[in-house]
Design a protein around this ligand. Structure first.
Ligand code: NAP
Ligand code: ZN
Length: 349
């Protein structure tokens, strides 16, 4: 085992603080990555504070990891020492259920292993990217084809990018489609960029009037202030697909009404508490669908990274030292980040 420096939470009500964790020596199929940057996802905060009631402590969050490979096992064939590499939300899955066979390890029927917080259905803890290095099975490591200068801004693609790319692709975002993105945070701003690059007409719904100009710059064709009922009414029955990234409970009916006949709203935001009740007639009368979507599989994550490299897409980031993480969490809760915090891991050494 190697001892490495990390940052994590010892309990739900304590701020994140420095700690040391053990990483395994790379086995034959493993790569060891020196972590250069790690994005800060709202899921990190939900987990560190045990909001989903499943946190194993100590909790070392971080699943938007980019870095450089410093060692490889003797069976590793797709990576070599010196390569840039990425790790997202998954580091293992059963490998033999139908979802794994279909390349959708995130829906592994026996429970994928999260980059942090361990196997989905219980088991030994895993520690994420708020640390100096990580050892991961080659088959869960991604190639980074962006320019190395952009590396910090690539990190958020590993979760925010794939979590929006996957449902946009699954529900057919593209030319001729009217796509709504709800919330201009880490996920939402990548959703806007990716939906625009896919050729869809993009409408951004935000509670923050000060984000309108940014949303248009990022690729939205129209922006609606979601707290303004008359603006919302203008979008009734207009959208084919809505990707809802909001991290707190809210009235879903306000958005379901905006879907066309057969339209779908996909929830990716994962509030700790349930949404308020649903008016079924908003679904029944127009055969609308309410759906959910979880990150994306490894093959699709690579496809998304390559799509983003080809289209020149990266995240808009604010770089922070590791020591500022608790302040960053407070700002994220106030929607005060444009649009993803990324930790410069040099600050840990
Ligand atoms: P984030 O950066 O905090 O963005 C959330 C956005 O929601 C905010 O920027 C804000 O946008 C909007 N918002 C905040 N409070 C609101 C309110 N009271 N009413 C309406 N809108 C509000 O968070 P994130 O990292 O993008 O993550 C968003 C959610 O997705 C989290 O719950 C996270 O755990 C979840 N997630 C899910 C998956 C998955 O696989 N499904 C993957 C990653 C993350 P405006 O200022 O524009 O209103
Ligand atoms: Zn995430």
């Amino acid at each position: 085992m190697n001892t490495v420096k990390a940052f994590g939470a010892h309990s739900a009500d304590l701020p994140l603080a420095p700690l040391e964790i053990e990483r395994r020596h790379p086995g034959p199929d493993d790569v060891q990555i020196e972590i250069l940057y790690c994005g800060v996802c709202h899921s990190d905060l939900h987990t560190a504070r045990n909001e989903w009631k499943n946190t194993l402590y100590p909790s070392v969050p971080g699943h938007e990891i980019v870095g450089r490979i410093v060692a490889v096992g003797n069976k590793v064939s797709k990576f070599k020492v010196g390569d840039l590499a990425g790790v997202g939300c998954l580091v293992d899955s059963c490998g033999h259920c139908s979802s794994c066979h279909e390349g959708e390890e995130q829906y592994c029927e026996n429970g994928f292993t999260g980059t942090y917080n361990g196997p989905a259905f219980g088991g030994e803890n895993t520690y994420g990217g708020y640390s100096q290095s990580i050892v991961v099975k080659e088959s869960f490591v991604l190639h980074i084809r962006h320019d190395s200068q952009e590396l910090a801004s690539v990190a958020p693609l590993l979760c925010a990018g794939i979590t929006t790319y996957s449902p946009l692709k699954h529900w057919g975002a593209g030319p001729g489609k009217q796509v709504g993105i709800v919330g201009l945070g880490g996920l939402g701003h990548m959703g806007v960029k990716i939906a625009h690059a896919m050729g869809a007409h993009v409408v951004l719904f935000t509670t923050s009037e000060n984000k309108v100009a940014d949303a248009l710059r990022l690729g939205a064709d129209e922006v609606c202030i979601s707290t303004n009922a008359s603006q919302m009414a203008q979008y009734a029955n207009r959208l084919d697909l809505i990707i809802n990234t909001v991290a707190v409970p809210h009235t879903l009916d306000d958005y379901l009404r905006l879907l066309k006949k057969n339209g779908t709203m996909t929830l990716v935001g994962a509030p700790a508490e349930p949404h308020p009740s649903l008016e079924v007639f908003n679904l029944i009368f127009k055969r609308r669908q309410l759906a959910g979507s979880l990150i994306g599989g490894i093959a699709e994550t690579q496809e998304m990274l390559d799509f983003c490299a080809e289209h020149g897409l990266v995240s808009d980031i604010e770089m922070i030292p590791m020591q500022d993480i608790n302040r960053a969490y407070e700002r994220m809760l106030k929607s005060d980040v444009k649009y993803r915090f990324v930790i410069d891991m040099k600050s840990l050494s």
